[in-house]
Design a protein around this ligand. Structure first.
Ligand SMILES: Nc1ncnc2c1ncn2[C@@H]1O[C@H](COP(=O)(O)OP(=O)(O)OP(=O)(O)O)[C@@H](O)[C@H]1O
Ligand SMILES: [Mg+2]
Length: 376
């Protein structure tokens, strides 16, 4: 661990939002009162659709946007009225915003220069950070002479050089191509393991969220839908909104009616046994649907997509769309009608109106899901 690694690790701060709101006017409430605590050293990914308030939240933490009310407490200090530079946060944006006329070294050292750090100390820190990020050979280049991934690393270097206790990222990888995104994701995960700054990372990309986060915060119109580990978000989504947001393709959601013993789809098919009565939304992930001769549920194939490693079948179940992901090697005949079964420990039940999850609705359902072994 370098001196910079340990300095940042030591500075990792808790971030606490207490009844924080943001409204542009009475009609434009972007964040209704929000209470949340991010632990020191934790990597939080904020995930949500466009316009749900992700950047607003990040910028309020950084101090680039004022809170309308409430408190932001970083490392035990109330910071909502402090200038950004006094909050101990560093931010990395989507458009790297590097100074084009400065070299890599000058870009990285700029904030230290402005805060009066001596030239010798600046050089030592730039060298340490450049080494950490694999930029040691590029220090004399200008940003225009670098690849996208290298530029993004300079932007990260510029953020961490001040040894912040909090690192904020707003879609930092979205300008990169798929391969570079993957490489940078691995690098970011590694960087976080080493320096352990409390990190908040905004993205649209659920793969980034699943792979980088200690906990994912799912935001819907400025409100927290769920804040939990990637596993919990995937296996026990708290609402239909969360269920549809994670997984590719996302979880199937079927409208069903319960008569006190079974759940039926609109065409009268029994899809599960359950003692609840009323209208519900039943969730099952495409990879959890079992295609099996003699299965009790019948659906018609509308479309097949062969992705090489597996196939996605798009089917019609009583007028509702059902996607099925077949495992590698499964041969599905060129039939148009499928027999299916829904394993009960892979089902999710949601309220028909609010979409909130109703846990453990199925008799004998395991609290922790077991892998499905059977496939024929
Ligand atoms: N100055 C402003 N006046 C009024 N509304 C604003 C202003 N700035 C942002 N908003 C609104 O606040 C909401 C949240 O914006 P924000 O930029 O935080 O969304 P986001 O989740 O980051 O979206 P994206 O994924 O598209 O970046 C949006 O509906 C936006 O229109
Ligand atoms: Mg944004």
């Amino acid at each position: 661990m370098t001196a910079i690694d340990s300095a940042i690790r030591a500075a990792a701060s808790e971030i606490k939002l207490a009844a924080v709101t943001k409204a542009y006017d009475a009609k434009t409430v972007v964040i209704p009162p929000m209470d949340v605590t991010l632990r020191p050293g934790e990597f939080t990914v904020i995930l949500g659709p466009s316009g749900c308030g992700k950047s607003t939240l990040l910028q309020m933490i950084a101090g680039l946007e004022r809170v309308s009310s409430g408190k932001i407490i970083i490392g035990g200090r109330e910071v909502q009225d402090l200038e950004p530079k006094h909050r101990g946060c560093a931010m990395v944006f989507q458009n790297y915003a590097l100074y084009p006329h400065m070299t890599v070294a000058e870009n990285m050292a700029y904030s230290l220069k402005v805060s009066g750090v001596s030239k010798i100390k600046r050089m030592v820190r730039v060298e340490a950070v450049a080494k950490m990020l694999g930029l040691a050979d590029y220090l004399a280049r200008k940003p225009g002479q670098l690849s996208g991934g290298q530029r993004q690393r300079v932007a990260i270097g510029r953020a961490i050089i001040r040894e912040p206790g909090v690192l904020l990222f707003d879609e930092p990888l979205s300008n990169l191509d798929a391969q570079l995104r993957h490489d940078m994701r691995v690098e970011l995960a590694d960087l976080h393991r080493r320096i352990g700054a409390t990190s908040v990372f905004v993205t649209h990309d659920q793969v980034e969220a699943m792979t980088l986060a200690d906990r994912i915060l799912i935001l819907n119109k400025g409100t927290i839908e769920q804040f939990d580990t990637p596993k919990a978000i995937y296996h026990s989504p708290a609402s239909v909104f969360v269920a549809k947001f994670i997984g590719a393709p996302p979880m199937n959601i079927l409208g069903v009616t319960g008569d006190g013993s079974v759940l039926r789809t609109g065409d009268g098919q029994i899809v599960a046994h359950c003692e609840k009565k009323g209208r519900f939304q039943l969730g099952i992930r495409p990879e959890d649907v079992i295609v099996k001769a003699g299965g009790p549920i019948t659906a018609t194939i509308r479309y097949r997509e062969d992705l090489g490693s597996h196939e996605i079948l798009e089917a019609d179940l009583g007028g509702q769309q059902l996607r099925i992901a077949t495992p590698f090697g499964a041969e599905i005949d060129a039939v148009s009608t499928l027999s299916l079964s829904f394993p009960k420990n892979r089902l999710h039940l949601f309220d028909g109106d609010t979409g909130r999850a109703i846990p453990q609705s199925f008799e004998g359902q395991d609290a922790i899901r077991q892998p499905v072994k059977e496939y024929q």
